[in-house]
Design a protein around this ligand. Sequence first.
Ligand SMILES: Nc1nc2c(c(=O)[nH]1)N=C([C@H](O)[C@H](O)COP(=O)(O)OP(=O)(O)OP(=O)(O)O)CN2
Length: 293
Amino acid sequence: MQLFVNDLTVIDFSYCCEQRGIVGESWIVDVLLDGSLNEMSMVLDFAVVKKQIKAIIDQAVDHKLLLPIKSDAVRVSNSTHHQAHEYVDLRAKRASYFLQSPSCAFAKIDAETISLASVTEHLTKIILQQLPQNVQGLKLTLRPENIDGDFYHYTHGLKLHDGNCQRIAHGHRSKINLSKNDERSKDLEFFWCNRWQDIYIASEDDRVEKQEIELSAAAMQDLTPDHQFFAYNAPQGKFDIAVHSNVLEVVDCDSTVELLADYIARQLKQQQPSQSFTVIAYEGVGKGAIASA
Ligand SMILES: Nc1nc2c(c(=O)[nH]1)N=C([C@H](O)[C@H](O)COP(=O)(O)OP(=O)(O)OP(=O)(O)O)CN2
């Protein structure tokens, strides 16, 4: 007997890519279980699927930076300052990034690249170990949202968030709708999606000097004048990141979706003060904020 739950959850995360650097991503998860019926005549109670399997997925990859540990571009080492913190050095083609975070902010994937296939395999193994004996088969389907138009991938961290969004390198794949004088502007949407393709969004408030940041010894050697530094303390611990300028947008606000929508609206208004603009910014799938200027 088979049982399915579509749209079980959305995984919002970022991953290290040898070519693109750190990429924000959002994947929808569908689950198909195969098994015999239990004493309640169920393969598995929907409540268990929705709570327990979702919780396993969240714990494994949601709001984390996924590290393909077989990639030569990624180096992971233990922090020499904090217990249960790690350094991650990513030397990608596009840019290099150096991070220090609590270990819970990273997920090590036993693969050369992060892909739908490698993350599906990783999650399937973890979930199967925790299912009751009557459930013998599990098919996970991870899929990006179908977006008819432009979208961007961004990575950020919200130091004020009391949940996992405080992690300094988690991200989203998001669409955006932009209107100028109440008329949709695909040109503006294209412009912003191009500007924020694979971007790291940092808050000016979180900027620190090089000597205030804690990175691996190798990273400290490899920093260039083009790296900028951001760090904060949050309930899960201290977070540090060094990001190359060519993959960075520094905003004058926090990077909640409300404030990003407002930031874009303000930027547009500044360029064309006599026009009015409405921004519908998404954070991942099916949620976002609206701002006007
Ligand atoms: N009003 C806002 N709330 C939250 C924002 C925000 O910008 N404005 N941002 C976040 C985080 O950035 C987070 O990445 C969003 O995650 P979300 O998927 O909503 O969180 P959960 O994993 O807890 O939700 P699921 O339904 O389990 O996916 C948080 N809030």
